[in-house]
Design a protein around this ligand. Sequence first.
Ligand code: NOJ
Length: 559
Amino acid sequence: MKDWWKESVVYQIYPRSFNDSNGDGIGDIKGITEKLDHLQDLGIDVIWLSPVYQSPNDDNGYDISDYEDIMEEFGTMEDFDEMLEEAHNRDIKIMMDLVVNHTSDEHRWFLKSRSSKDNPYRDYYIWKPGIDGKPPTNWGAAFGGSTWEYDENTDEYYLHLFSRKQPDLNWENPRLRREVYDMMNRWLDKGVDGFRMDVVNFLSKDQRYPDGEKMGTGYGNGAPYYMNGPRIHEFLQEMNKKVLSNYDTITVGEMPGVDVEEAKLYTGKGRNELNMVFHFEHVDIGNGEFGKWSNQPWKLTKLKTIFSRWQEGLESDGWNSLYWSNHDQPRAISRFGNDNEQYRVVSGKMLATCLHLLKGTPYIYQGEEIGMTNVAFQSIDHYRDIESLNAYRDLTAGELLTPEDMMKGIHARSRDNGRTPVQWSASEHAGFTSGEPWIAVNPNYEQVNAEIVKNNPDSIFYYYKKLIKLRKDNPIIVHGKYELILEDDEQIYAYTRTLGEEKLLVICSFSEEPAAFKLPKGVGFSEKELMIANYQVDSNEPIDSFKLRPYEARVYKLT
Ligand code: NOJ
């Protein structure tokens, strides 16, 4: 089978915020179908669809109460089937989100599990007695508080690494694993094309359940006992054998805390696990004492070191996924570029160039192709994200951060930055809904929207389109070997890609100030061809030494 997923560009849809077709203020599946032409025009190959399953929405669909039904707010299974067919008609594949580290506490398995100690479903989840009236371990949960919730009915605690409405499944139980595989097979039989697997490196827990080292919040860090746990590779190989190996799929595992060596085990040849992983090293850059909430300035050399480590580490074994942003991250331009109107578009194009020319499968997050930016709601009341709201409550109540500093952290890094509605036009609510949106639209929608970029041939939308087309026409972008140049430069990220006799030279300025570029001696060539650039460039200009304008990006083909 051909590794088509290496050649693909993936576009992520967060359905709640994408497009509302029925005026209830919430994006839906019919809304996605309406916009498939937009995606086909852009040229993407695969849609990663964030969860559309039945859910009480404690964590916007990442708390699933029925894996085989569609969330009512999003529509029906008929709507889903229509979307799948319409996507396939346009040669667009659909990659589903697979959230099987946990379910909702309203899932029928959990309702049975909590009903009594001897219910056959008890062992689908992780239950433990307390120790001297305290939870079984000191671990802190991702959305605040302990990872253990006491249940009076049976006098035991259940584990939840995320919110208390997201109980963790017990992957030690072969019956549970079988149920998950059967469910995956049914989706694949229906025709979906693969899975993005939510926190999938958390599935195997260290069965000793030790306490973790104390963190600033007072809770212990349980991560060493559930990240990349003892049986994780066994579980994924089993899943591959029972499910994935029988279909031609695309798979990507979301893996906080994964490093390059571990990623080789997840994605390497002959390992029979996954195609690629999402690591977090570059998006965690600048984390301070309270993680992302105490956001710090970061250095370009650090970012380059991270990307280069992954590029080189997976050069001959394994495969990279490439992303700046997703529904858990701020907008790429605000985080890594410059959202000041003067530089918004040019820095957005630069970031796209820098990412799409690396080796790996690029992911575009909805709105990125429009040039969307972070939002800065003045009051916490305008935020909807459980992580941001709980962190605000816990960190300000504990006086660990002042409300002002916490709001700064939220403006820079809250997940809601990526969740404001996609800005389709300059009409009311950015054309996202005819009703009242579930979260407010970014006030810049009159200047930043799809209608504007689609009417301007020089826009960021057409720039993305060109990058995607370049990938299709130039195998070197998919397969070329990566080499970092100008390693110590704090303004410029430059690298080469080499395949046979051909070389690409990628030059990106991350700086608002002009930046002096000097071609290292080792990069020889006789002919050069400018492939793409975000400013007007005189194609005869010598490239041994020149000045880059703010956030300038150029790609040359050298022969
Ligand atoms: C990662 C998902 O991307 C995030 O949105 C979610 O809150 C957690 N996993 C828990 O499912």
